[in-house]
Design a protein around this ligand. Sequence first.
Ligand SMILES: *Cc1c(COP(=O)(O)O)cnc(C)c1O
Length: 478
Amino acid sequence: MHSINPEKDLIDLLTLKPDERGQLIQTVTDYYLQFLDRLPEGKAYLGDEDAGKGLASMPFKEDPYQIHQVFDVFHQSVTENGINPASGKHFGYVPGGGIETAAWGDFLGALTNRYSGVNFANPGAVRMENQVISWMCNMVGYGERSHGSLLSGGSIANLTGIIVARDYKKLKARDFDRAVIYLTAETHHCVQKALRLAGMAESMIRYVAMDEKFSMKPDALEQTIEQDLALGLIPFLLIGSAGTTNTGAIDPLERLAEIASQFNLWFHVDAAYGGFFLLVEEIKNQFRGIEKADSVVMDPHKSLFMPYGSGVILVREGEHLFKSNHYTAAYLQDVMEGQDERSPADYSPELTRHFRGMRIWFSLHILGISPFREALREKIKLSQYFYHEIQKAGFEAGPFPALSILLFRYVPSTGNANEANTRLLSMIHEDGQIFVSSTTVDGILWIRMAILVFRAHQKEVDFAIKHLEMLKNKLIIG
Ligand SMILES: *Cc1c(COP(=O)(O)O)cnc(C)c1O
């Protein structure tokens, strides 16, 4: 970019000149197309401890760098190492998103920089975000009075749900050490973190027993609540999972909803990973009861294939979300007029934020809903296929996948299985053509396969199976 000439440039210092703009558009476009071209052959993982050190050779300075220098260092330092979430062979943690239409939606949202926090500032942007929320509320089976908030991810969405539950139950600091939360050992750790952030570190967490598929046992839950009541404690929050991160398990939501209502608990469902599988009719019955949850968390940056930065909290009675988040201030008095559409800032801890709904709205309209549904259906089929094939390839498999996460491991005829799988895992990571992560359940180390990247198809899954078998054989030979 240009160096500053105070006489000529002072008016438009932060605006590109037409030729600079042209050059930037060209460079970005070339980069975009090359990035996509290189994906199929590229690695899913490249472990390199020195990655990013090149950034230090480009300190911030008064004058600009050349565009190509900036792109080179971005490319070398950021996109050429670590996990590649855009790769169809990324099967670790909970992968998912990064569809192109969402990137364009983000670009338009940022370029126009519309203020979607309060209705007064941009009623259209607010209506758009509310429309996205309504679509999701509908998907869950919520009625007219539901509402929600588009947030940055599942962690913040779970935190928001917990705060609403706390406020709705009118718990005060003096009650916290008698308040009880029910969940399972498979509940995502962000929930414990959120309880601490909500000021409730002294509250009691009961880890309810699970069945062999890692789902909460309703009978065990009932017993625990009754014991707690007898002890004079305050059972207040039940957290169910609709697709755990570890194993993809879904708790028996219908039964949990009944128990929550019987004992007057707030019922919160963490569907950060599993939520958008509701689009797939054939498996929807596994989610039965989710419509009775008081609040639900879903992550569009997982099963709706959005780029990172999209989580959502939905609340069956939207006014409870409002009560926990609404505030007013003198400098916002204009904002109070014309309240026919609900302002996101009244339903969220955030005031000014990225115009988050745009990426989702834009993608759903440019592509239609059908490709999202088909992609999710495909992931389920691929996971069931993987479950059978990986056993044929000489591995042991964990439970049949409820959605698209499964566990498998190699069991050697002699010696320590955990050690063997640890070694296999480091071979997989060192090679990097596919990426998988691991977990430990009851002392057993499992390799974890999460099939959710939208670029993961039959070809990629077949490749993964062959590749895993090859590395396992290499391990056996030593
Ligand atoms: C990913 C995940 C979370 C955390 O969400 P972030 O978007 O990573 O903050 C919470 N719960 C479940 C079940 C998840 O899979």
